[in-house]
Design a protein around this ligand. Structure first.
Ligand code: NAP
Length: 280
């Protein structure tokens, strides 16, 4: 079984991005810039944002974090985004989720210029992705896609099953694999026989939020299994896939932690660079 080392693959990707940033700097005398808006003081968000800044600096991007207190008015955020949309030194804008309840998430997402939407959440990018056009792609599914392609470069005709249909993971992941000519099934909480669906799959991407939901006897021999889940349990952080069981049947599997997670931030940097290049 191939243990898909997301940490190593993400480090290689960051190295490639670092090289690309230095070439862009030589060509344009400018580097791509990422601005992150962080509202409130939720510990996980603070940690994510710090890691994003550290990785951005590591590859040579210009990065900025703008912090607001939890009680900030929605209008202040929307005005700031409008200002950043017009700022030529800002290539990508990310508003760290979740937001406080009084701020309308969809309004915030739709205020970010689609050309600077490094999260790929703007309806314009969602639409472009599903139409098969060029678009920003949400970072986690993009990371999963790159991991799958490391294992199998030609995905044409493969059966892929998404476990979970969130806008963040399952749906964009399905679009990426459809573009690769996979036959894609999207499952969710109302799916009648999830085990039977999974057993058909050459590729399973599990993004559910239920610890070890996907069992060993749900997986076809030699399937590629990508585990997006991050679940806190008594035995520590586990994914949505029963790792010990599935590792006995799968051809390749991501560990949790150290699989998909490290790819997400690397893909945010990649998206920032893509936004910069498209703006030139
Ligand atoms: P989400 O928005 O809560 O969506 C979960 C999806 O799973 C929904 O579509 C839901 O179906 C489906 N589901 C729930 N119970 C199910 C069941 N018994 N059988 C089949 N499907 C079921 O979750 P998310 O944001 O996609 O996140 C999923 C997991 O990934 C979480 O553990 C999260 O922490 C993790 N995550 C990791 C990263 C990373 O970088 N590694 C990034 C983002 C998220 P319905 O639509 O019918 O409700």
């Amino acid at each position: 079984m191939i243990l898909i080392d997301g940490k190593k693959i993400a480090a290689e990707l960051r190295e490639e991005l670092k090289q690309e940033v230095s070439e862009l700097k030589a060509k344009h005398n400018k580097v791509p810039g990422l601005t992150v808006i962080l509202i409130g003081d939720m510990a996980p968000s603070q940690i994510y944002v710090r890691n994003k800044e550290k990785s951005a600096n590591e590859v040579g991007l210009k990065s900025e974090i703008i912090k607001y207190p939890e009680a900030v008015e929605e209008k202040t955020i929307l005005d700031k985004i409008e200002e950043l949309n017009k700022d030529d030194t800002v290539s990508g804008i990310l508003v760290q989720l979740p937001l406080p309840k009084h701020i309308d998430k969809q309004k915030v997402i739709e205020t970010i210029a689609p050309s600077k939407d490094v999260d790929g959440f703007h309806p314009m990018n969602v639409g472009n992705l599903s139409a098969g056009y060029e678009s920003s792609v949400p970072c986690t599914p993009l990371g999963c896609y790159l991991l799958i392609k490391k294992i199998e470069s030609n995905l044409s005709g493969k059966k892929a099953v998404m476990v979970g249909r969130s806008n963040l993971n399952g749906k964009p992941m399905a679009q990426l694999l459809l573009k690769e000519n996979c036959t894609v099934t999207i499952t969710h909480s109302r799916t009648k026989d999830l085990k039977a669906e999974c057993l058909e799959a050459d590729i399973i991407v599990a993004a559910v939020g239920i610890p070890e939901l996907v069992k060993g006897d749900w997986v076809k021999k030699d399937a590629i299994v990508i585990d997006v889940g991050i679940n806190k349990t008594d035995k520590g952080i586990v994914g949505d896939v029963a790792f010990d069981e599935v590792s006995k049947v799968a051809k390749a599997l991501t560990p949790v932690p150290g699989g998909v997670g490290p790819m997400t931030i690397a893909c945010l940097l990649k998206n920032t660079i893509e936004c910069f290049k498209r703006s030139r």
